[in-house]
Ligand binder design. Structure first.
Ligand code: UGA
Length: 440
């Protein structure tokens, strides 16, 4: 536990990735935290020490802080608000039909906060919310709170990644605090000062946009390198070498330049689209983002085409070992997973599938069902008797595949590496045909 100068009583509303990790980390920093959610099953699980999500180190962190009585869980949202001086809104903001963010959960929480405002509180939005949301939160709280009630609102977007969220929370590159109330900003800044990260103090709208602009920029890097991979494919260059070479320029950086089957997950697809909607709402056509989304959508077809071409246009009756189902490594999350979309596309082409993911099997089953899909016990079980290996998620385990062992049980020694995890030369040396994304 870190000894912090200002001890706070904190309520975090919403126990998804952001809420749960934020609550656990704040309690570990020494604050009194109650995590509240209206979903009873989730709270019941958490009270028993069972995590609703797979996240490295989360269970240990939660259980340690519960034991030391700094962290608790409740479905009584009203009570959690009344007993706290700082209230974090960390509910989901999924896409609605038009692609913009569905803010109904944020509005509902703001109303509940207003109705339970018994003394001065700072209300902080952690959820990813479009420009103008925090101003509306302020209004809703005001409309629903007793006459003369005092409060402040602060926008404090979260930048943690699934799979490394606890590390990210303790090692953030920056803290963004947006508000029209400088005193509230200064108070919330004390929560983060021990991290020694730059703290950007600004207005609501700029803070809200930092989050969307950051996610959209990272997504742009991925679509950019995926386009470069297409050129590498046609021109006989190697995208890995190109991204290494580009990344050595400090102005560019090496991160998020891994070409693959396209970005997925619960954030990038939703946030890029929501930012595009925001720009349209302000009568601006954000052309670049249109391109980013278009490239991402097409990338999986590029991958599938290589497989179809290799099997001369007919995948019917062929069996593929699909390695990876999660949207990325170190998570069981399959939301907007391109891996799952590829599995469905291969099935649509008449292929049989033997799938394996170190963490996401259960979540994938809910989406894929059992039709022509065999859920393998492990990597080698998935490979057995297959006509080819499709690497779909960037798990380290797949990068370390024992090629000699795999070759013994495969019908055909061919690998379609959708994440560029393997070294083409070594794979070919082991007697395989190799197809990557823009590899030589
Ligand atoms: C992303 C951001 O990285 C976080 O900073 C942000 O807080 C989070 O969204 C959010 O808004 O909540 P996350 O969705 O956990 O985090 O996943 P990333 O690690 O960013 O990966 C997103 C997708 O891009 C994955 O499908 C991944 O496989 C893909 N990717 C990533 C690539 O294809 N190439 C790369 O070089 C990097």
């Amino acid at each position: 536990m870190i000894v912090i100068p200002t001890h706070m009583k904190i309520s975090v509303i919403g126990t998804g990735y952001v809420g749960l990790v934020t609550g656990a980390v704040f309690s570990d920093w020494g604050h009194d935290v109650v995590c509240a959610d209206i979903i009873e099953e989730k709270i019941a699980m958490l009270k028993k020490g069972v995590m609703p999500i797979y996240e490295d180190g989360l269970k240990e962190l939660v259980n340690k802080n519960v034991k030391e009585e700094r962290l608790s869980f409740t479905t009584d949202v009203a009570k959690s608000i009344k007993e706290s001086e700082v209230v974090f809104i960390a509910v989901g903001t999924p896409s609605n039909q038009s692609g913009s963010a569905d803010l109904s959960a944020v509005w509902a929480v703001a109303k509940t906060i207003g109705e339970n405002l018994n003394d001065y509180k700072i209300i902080i939005t952690k959820s990813t919310v479009p420009v103008g949301t925090n101003e509306r939160v302020w209004e809703i709280v005001k409309e629903n709170s007793p006459e003369g009630a005092k409060f402040a609102c602060v926008s404090n977007p979260e930048f943690l990644r699934e799979g490394t969220s606890i590390y990210d929370a303790n090692n953030t590159d920056r803290v963004i605090l947006g508000s029209d109330d400088p005193k509230a900003i200064d108070k919330i800044a004390t929560l983060y000062e021990h991290l020694n990260a730059p703290i950007v103090k600004c207005d609501f709208r700029s803070a809200e946009l930092v989050k969307y602009a950051s996610n959209a920029f990272l997504a742009t890097k991925i679509s950019f390198i995926n386009e470069i991979a297409r050129i590498c494919h046609s021109a006989g260059a190697d995208v890995k070498v190109v991204s290494e070479g580009m990344g050595l320029d400090k102005r560019i950086g090496r991160a998020f330049l891994n070409a693959g089957i396209g970005y997925g997950g619960s954030c990038f697809p939703k946030d890029v689209e929501a930012l595009y909607r925001t720009s349209s709402d302000h009568e601006y056509d954000f052309r670049l983002l249109r391109g980013v989304m278009d490239v991402n959508e097409r990338q999986k077809y590029f991958y599938i085409e290589q497989i179809v071409r290799h099997f001369k246009g007919n995948l019917s009756g062929k069996t593929f070992a699909c390695l990876g189902l999660a949207f990325k490594n170190n998570t069981d999350d399959t939301r907007k997973s391109v891996a799952l979309e590829i599995v469905k596309m291969l099935r649509g082409e008449g292929a049989r599938l033997r799938v394996f993911d170190p963490a996401a099997m259960e979540n994938a089953k809910k989406v894929l069902g059992n039709d022509v899909i065999y859920y393998a016990k492990d990597l080698m079980d998935a490979i057995e008797g297959s006509d080819g290996i499709c690497i779909l998620t960037e798990w380290q385990e797949f990068a370390e595949i024992d090629l000699a062992e795999a070759k013994k049980t495969l019908k055909k020694a061919v690998i379609f590496d959708g994440r560029n995890l393997l070294d083409p030369a070594s794979v070919r040396k082991a007697g395989f045909e190799y197809f990557g994304i823009g590899r030589r």
